[in-house]
Design a protein around this ligand. Sequence first.
Ligand code: ATP
Length: 241
Amino acid sequence: MDYLLTVTGLNAWYGGAHILFDVSLSVGRGEVVALIGRNGAGKSTTLKSIMGLVDKKQGEIQFLGQRINHLATYKIARLGLGYVPEDRRIFAALNVEENLLTGQQAPRYWEDGQPVAQWTPEKLFELFPNLATMRQRPGTKMSGGEQQMLSVARTLMGNPYLVLLDEPSEGVAPIIVDQLKAMVLQLKAQGVGVLLSEQNLDFVLSVADRAYILEKGEVKYSDSIAALRANATVRQQYLGV
Ligand SMILES: Nc1ncnc2c1ncn2[C@@H]1O[C@H](COP(=O)(O)OP(=O)(O)OP(=O)(O)O)[C@@H](O)[C@H]1O
């Protein structure tokens, strides 16, 4: 498989604290890959490192065959790597439509000339019907789950080849979790890659193709979702479920 993203031997530090130890992973076109592990395992740090948001790191990160290790975050985003941070970061003073427009980027094409999934506010309102009912609502007057949807939708406005999703289901009502699952599957169907950090195993089992389990900053297990589903010992040992 041609990978959209490959991470090889990634180490990361916050100040003097060594957090990630030789993390390697890959995500292919149309592939949903889960990064799972308990609180503090290093999932967010892995995604932040890929996006150039961790000051000190070592290792190799390639996106679409290009080394992105030393690029500024905004340049990485403009290459078509979308990122939805755990804390959502929507613009509180802007309404839903205005927030969406801040994420807008030009259409993109795969190497073979096929268009990458191209998003407009109207298409996103079909995908997230809740947002369609609050187009003029400011960010301050939205629930956490609605903000989560908006944060994902704004990232999709950049027509990314690949999206990094940091714990999208955390603290979100079940009906919105269902919409987020459907969204991930729709991205996959359109060939977009997804790297999903999640603690919600049900979410992972519903949408992912493969999974990596992180523990204390190291990849302890990596296999297909079918294998993870069948392996109660690994699930119990690393995830406690
Ligand atoms: N800004 C920071 N400064 C110092 N240490 C940090 C910082 N952010 C995270 N850490 C530490 O790095 C480790 C990994 O955290 P990280 O947020 O990547 O874990 P996670 O798997 O995403 O967990 P969670 O679900 O709790 O976010 C933890 O020990 C955490 O305390």
